[in-house]
Design a protein around this ligand. Structure first.
Ligand SMILES: Nc1ncnc2c1ncn2[C@@H]1O[C@H](COP(=O)(O)OP(=O)(O)O)[C@@H](O)[C@H]1O
Ligand SMILES: [Mg+2]
Length: 236
């Protein structure tokens, strides 16, 4: 299998403080990889480094075989790397439908698999809300909207930063169902999460980080039964 996205020896800093230490990650095409770790472990910083929002001080990032280590965020997006940050930024004054249409474009390979009709099919909840102002949606609805909006750009890879965070269990279940369906339809996803249980039926494999270092890798099914790692590095 081909690594679609790969980080090698990644380090990142905020000012003088080093946050990531020698992080290696490989995401294969059509797979979902969970990036697990406690609050403050470095998940968001890793996602930002991959998206180009935070510079990599050392190491290399390859996307589709191309070295994107120094590429700015918009170039990475054009190449098909869609980053969905944890803050769920929507265009609050615009309707749900307009938020989606603003992002509509063909993928880097010319594909246009994701169009409005397919979004309505995949996200029935958004269909009902299509005319509502995005600023009036609940947190869970906004999370669904930002995932859907990323898909409208027909990306090759989705970087999702803690989509389940702070949401009610019923909404978390809805988001989980959507991500499982996306994975089954061949999407390639890197899913940063604190919540291991949320990832279990979504990601095949997990990378665990702690204090900015990769400390463990395992298939998610095995990790669920790995009490030692869970106790040491995850909040459960
Ligand atoms: N903008 C920032 N400036 C300085 N330190 C930061 C900044 N953002 C995050 N950090 C620190 O970097 C570490 C990793 O944070 P983060 O990547 O957000 O972790 P996670 O997403 O796993 O909760 C934490 O110690 C956090 O306090
Ligand atoms: Mg985070």
């Amino acid at each position: 299998m081909t690594d679609l996205l790969r980080a090698e020896g990644l380090s990142a800093f905020y000012g003088a403080s080093q946050i990531l230490f020698d992080v290696d990650l490989a995401l294969q095409e059509k797979r979902t990889l969970a990036l697990l770790g406690r609050n403050g472990a470095g998940k968001s910083t890793t996602m930002k480094a991959l998206a180009g929002v935070v510079p990599a001080r050392h190491g290399r990032i390859f996307f589709g075989g191309r070295d994107i280590t120094r590429a700015p965020p918009h170039t990475r997006a054009q190449l098909g790397l869609a980053y969905v940050p944890e803050d769920r930024q929507v265009f609050p004054e615009h309707t749900v439908e307009d938020n989606l249409l603003i992002a509509a474009k063909s993928g880097p390979d010319g594909r246009r698999d994701w169009t409005l009709p397919r979004i309505w099919d995949t996200f029935p909840l958004l269909t009902k809300l299509r005319s509502r102002q995005a600023g009036r949606l609940s947190g869970g609805e906004q999370q669904l909207l930002v995932i859907a909006r990323a898909l409208m750009g027909n990306p090759l890879v989705l970087l999702l930063d803690e989509p389940s965070e702070g949401l009610a269990p019923i909404v978390v279940a809805t988001i989980g169902k959507v991500l499982r369906e996306l994975g089954a339809s061949g999407a390639t996803i890197l899913l940063a999460e604190q919540n291991m249980h949320f990832c279990l039926r979504i990601a095949e494999e997990a990378v665990v980080i702690d204090k900015g270092k990769v400390v463990h890798r395992q298939d998610t099914a095995g990790l669920a039964g790995n009490d030692d790692i869970r106790r040491r590095y995850l909040a459960m």
